[in-house]
Design a binder for this molecule. Structure first.
Ligand code: ZN
Length: 75
């Protein structure tokens, strides 16, 4: 998975998690399910949101270049 895809995946899971958590006001089960979904957004973040050149975590870097080695994140 490319860093860009991982970033999108993370954002989508986060948004989905928040939406499901809001449904938790109606049913408590949704609150827990939403928490699980939102927490799972950390997985693609830490596993795949890395620089393809030096392999370091990009963290909150949304730029097109790695803050560690300066190489382009997009191949
Ligand atoms: Zn790098």
């Amino acid at each position: 998975m490319k860093p860009k895809q991982a970033g999108k995946c993370r954002d989508a899971l986060m948004i989905a998690g928040v939406v499901v958590m809001l449904l938790g006001y109606l049913y408590k089960t949704f609150l827990i399910a939403g928490l699980c979904v939102a927490a799972s957004c950390l997985l693609p973040h830490f596993l795949f949101y890395r620089c393809p050149h030096c392999g370091k975590l990009l963290g909150r870097n949304e730029e097109r270049f790695c803050q560690h080695c300066g190489e382009s994140i997009e191949e």
